[in-house]
Every structure is written in structure tokens, then in C-alpha cells.
Design a protein around this ligand. Structure first.
Ligand code: HEM
Length: 164
């Protein structure tokens, strides 16, 4: 017998059925946080990134003297992440996958600068939201860039010849 729940789901118009997935995150509603504020935060963050001895040269190689479009794009990105206004429609994963010189540990530097910048510029409750989102996105970028499944069937070194 078809359950009542299933009937309900299949009878719903498709736009309602799509809402059955995880609930979308709500926009962060805080009097301090608007595009102007996010733009200031983004600019200060990248000022510090450019001054960093490890990350500065990585960005310089890709961005050169064309910082303004990158800063505007990153402001759009953070507006989309925090205000959910759809301002950004790029593809961060391929943009990072092509950066050959980035190491996994570089993300710790990136996040440390991000944490310091938000602590310096934001109220604690605002900083907490930006940092939580940055950590989540950094984690998924790292997975996309560095995670590889171990090759199936290849024994670990310890069991390969029975000696450790
Ligand atoms: C070690 C860490 C990171 C490095 C070295 C790095 C470097 C870069 C560089 C060089 C670009 C410019 C790519 C281009 O224009 O071709 C870029 C773009 C971008 N980055 Fe990162 N990034 C890092 C981490 C992150 C994190 C954690 C986030 C998000 C929280 C992020 C978000 C973005 C976005 C949204 C773009 C624009 C992609 C596009 O649409 O073109 N990045 N990054």
C-alpha cells in the first residue's frame, strides 16, 4: 500500500517538492552588516593577505595589479554567503584547483588572518558568523583540492611485506 506521506510528496507540485531538502540557511540579519560593511571587511582582509610573506606572492602572481575587480568579486561572494542576496555566481573550486603552489597548510594562514581581521573589525557575534562560514568553505575547498581516495587494493606499507 502506498503510504499517505508518499502520496503527499508525489502529489505536490515540483517547486514544493524541491523544498524537502535541507532547509536553506537564512540571511544573517544584523544592523551592522550590509554591503558597505562587508566591502570594508574584505578590503582590510586582503590588505593583510597581500602583506603576508607566504600568501602575498601567491595572490600577486594571479591577480597582479588587478585588485579592484577581485575585491568587488569577493565582496559579492561574502554578500551572497552572509546576506543570501545571490550577488555571486562564480565557481570557487576550479579557481583554486588551478593554483598549483597552494599547500594545505596555507589555509591555516588564510583562516588566521581572517579570524584576526573579523575580530578587529566586527562585534563578536558578527565575527563568529563570518568565521564559521569561512571555516566551512575552507574545509570544502581543501577537500576539493587535496583529498584523494587511497588506491583500492594497494596494501599499506606495514602489511606489504609483513615487516614494519
Ligand atoms: C590558502 C588559501 C587560499 C588561497 C591561496 C586563495 C587564493 C585565491 C586566488 C589567487 C584567487 C583568484 C583566482 C583567479 O582569479 O583566477 C582566489 C579566488 C577566490 N577565492 Fe580564494 N584562496 C584561498 C582560500 C579561500 C577561502 C577559504 C575562500 C572562501 C571562504 C576563498 C574564496 C574565493 C573566491 C570566492 C574566489 C573567486 C573565485 C571566482 O569566482 O573566480 N578562497 N583565491
Amino acid at each position: 500500500m502506498v503510504s499517505r506521506k508518499l502520496l503527499y510528496v508525489t502529489a505536490m507540485p515540483s517547486h514544493s517538492a524541491q523544498r524537502l531538502g535541507p532547509k536553506p540557511e537564512a540571511p544573517f540579519d544584523h544592523p551592522d552588516v550590509n554591503r558597505a560593511f562587508i566591502g570594508t571587511l574584505v578590503r582590510e582582509f586582503y590588505r593583510r593577505v597581500r602583506a603576508d610573506e607566504r600568501l602575498g606572492p601567491i595572490f600577486a602572481e594571479v591577480i597582479g595589479d588587478h585588485w579592484e575587480p577581485h575585491l568587488e568579486k569577493m565582496t559579492d561572494f561574502w554578500c551572497a554567503v552572509i546576506l543570501k542576496n545571490g550577488a555571486y555566481s562564480g565557481r570557487p573550486v576550479p579557481a583554486h584547483q588551478k593554483l598549483g603552489q597552494v599547500r594545505e597548510e596555507d589555509f591555516d594562514i588564510w583562516l588566521a588572518i581572517f579570524r584576526r581581521t573579523t575580530t578587529d573589525l566586527c562585534k563578536p557575534e558578527v565575527a563568529a558568523v563570518f568565521v564559521e562560514r569561512a571555516e566551512r568553505i575552507a574545509q570544502s575547498l581543501k577537500l576539493a583540492m587535496f583529498f584523494r581516495l587511497p588506491a583500492a587494493g594497494i596494501p599499506q606499507r606495514e602489511t606489504f611485506n609483513g615487516q614494519s
